[in-house]
Design a protein around this ligand. Structure first.
Ligand code: PLP
Length: 461
């Protein structure tokens, strides 16, 4: 056990940490973050870190934004709580729903508010179940996610998530959740397979799965335009056109999970713009409030709304919603954040900065430890490998990604290691100089990791 500060000891004695290896945390202690400003966070000893992952892919406008803080304070004084159940509404919830309808591509009809990406994806599943029930297709219920897809941790969302670590020990996935291929060409292509052949094979696999299950039983397919928590997996350009054609052929709804890719992250306002997606519904969270308050949104198309409206005479209430659906402080903050995105041309500036970011990331392509560089806009990753030529991955127990992450932290950069993929997703408001600084620190850590794996004999000839 290393030395712990008093605060770290108190943490370990009182906080049950999410998504955490408890024994490792007990050994190392948590990084106590106590303050944030701009793109920087500070620990209890006032050490400064660039937040290269925007919190958990969410703090798009950075920390300590006065305008947002004042909005929250003013809303708390005006109306600290309101709900949307039954016959109630609030002016501020209406305003945000209107802003979203205007901003989000796809011509959605209504907006349902939740508090997290997980509950929004749970809403998606329930909404689609309900829709199929009221239109008389009670057997059309199965949901197809993808391996490495991440949709949150509530029971249904975790079931759509395609990673064993989020299923093991929780008796998940629930019945009726299936998974299809991860569109990671670098890792999953067969020997000699072109990108075109790869995406055709994946589309065929999806079609075969739908046919095997029976199209009349498959309700929806859920996908992130770019997988974030899967390790920043960018699909080949030909992937989504082929997948969308299959979904159309078998009347399977497409849920676009834009929790990470929404709001300017991929060089366009939404991932749907970047990949020309035509989803039936969309999930939004995180940057919807730049993480100043918890808030999520499900974008609902007219045909689903109409079906539920018509059915309500027989079915009665749509029995789904949260105490905090449309919480006034959350929606007021969301509304202000969208106003700032538009007024300050945040997405346009982020797109320009994204070009610089991608060029810097690409400069590591020749680094001896880097097998693949991938990303779009202001999200990206380098995947570290044991053999650059063959792309052979490090043994999963070797902890190379973790070592590299620790070196980044030592240089004052917070990133994320997903396996051995070193992920970055900085705030959209990062400056040119700050992007430069991120990569100075990132590069130092890569070099030190190369020394480490060489010393430890972890590279495979
Ligand atoms: N969907 C995606 C694509 C995500 O990346 C996440 C979280 O990282 C979620 C859903 C779940 O969001 P939350 O953690 O707010 O429940």
């Amino acid at each position: 056990m290393g030395h712990k500060t008093a605060m770290q000891e108190r943490d370990l004695n009182s906080v049950f940490h999410p998504m955490t290896d408890m024994s490792r945390l007990n050994q190392d202690g948590p990084l106590m973050v106590v303050r944030g400003e701009g793109v920087y966070v500070y620990d209890e000893e006032d050490r400064q870190y660039i937040d290269g992952l925007a919190g958990l892919w969410c703090t798009s406008l950075g920390y300590a934004n006065e305008e947002i803080a004042e909005t929250a304070f003013a809303q708390m004084k005006t109306l600290s709580y309101a709900h949307l159940f039954l016959d109630k509404s609030s002016d501020i919830a209406v305003r945000l729903a209107e802003q979203l309808k205007e901003m989000v591509p796809g011509g959605f009809s209504k907006v349902f508010f939740g508090l997290s990406g997980s509950d929004a994806n749970d809403t998606q599943v329930k909404l689609i179940r309900y829709y199929n029930n009221v239109i008389g297709r009670p057997q059309k219920k199965k949901i197809i996610g993808r391996y490495k897809g991440y949709h949150g941790i509530a029971g249904t969302a975790a079931s759509a998530t395609g990673h064993e670590a989020y299923h093991k020990g929780f008796d998940l996935p629930l019945e009726g959740f299936l998974h299809t291929d991860c569109p990671h060409y670098y890792r999953n292509a067969l020997a000699g397979e072109s990108e075109e052949q790869f995406t055709s094979r994946l589309a065929k696999n999806l079609e075969d799965l739908i046919l095997k299950e029976g199209p009349e039983t498959v309700a929806a397919f859920i996908a992130e335009p770019i997988m974030g928590a899967g390790g920043v997996i960018v699909p080949p350009d030909s992937y989504f056109p082929k997948i969308q054609a299959i979904l159309k052929d078998y009347d399977v709804l497409f849920i676009a999970d834009e929790v990470v890719t929404g709001f300017g992250r991929t060089g366009n306002p939404f991932g749907a713009d970047t990949f020309d997606l035509k989803p039936d519904t969309m999930t939004l969270a995180k940057s919807l409030t730049s993480a100043y308050m918890p808030l999520s949104a499900v974008m609902i198309p007219e045909f689903i709304y109409q079906a539920i409206l018509e059915a309500s005479q027989d079915w009665g209430i749509f029995g789904h919603g949260f105490t905090y659906t449309g919480h006034p402080v959350s929606v007021a903050v969301g509304s202000k954040v969208l106003e700032i995105y538009k007024r300050d041309k945040v997405f346009e500036k982020a797109a320009r900065l994204g070009e610089q970011f991608q060029a810097k990331l690409k400069s590591y392509e020749n680094h001896p430890l880097v097998g693949e560089v991938r990303g779009k806009g202001l999200i990206g990753a380098c995947e570290l490998v044991a053999n650059k030529e063959s792309g052979l991955a490090f043994d999963t127990t070797s902890g190379v990604g973790r070592y590299c992450l620790e070196r980044m932290r030592a240089h004052g950069l917070i990133a994320r290691a997903l396996g051995d993929s070193m992920c970055l997703c900085p705030p959209l408001v990062t400056s040119d100089d700050e992007v430069g600084e991120i990569f100075v620190r990132y590069g130092k850590a890569l070099d030190e990791t190369l020394d480490y794996v060489s010393r430890e004999g972890l590279l495979v000839a």
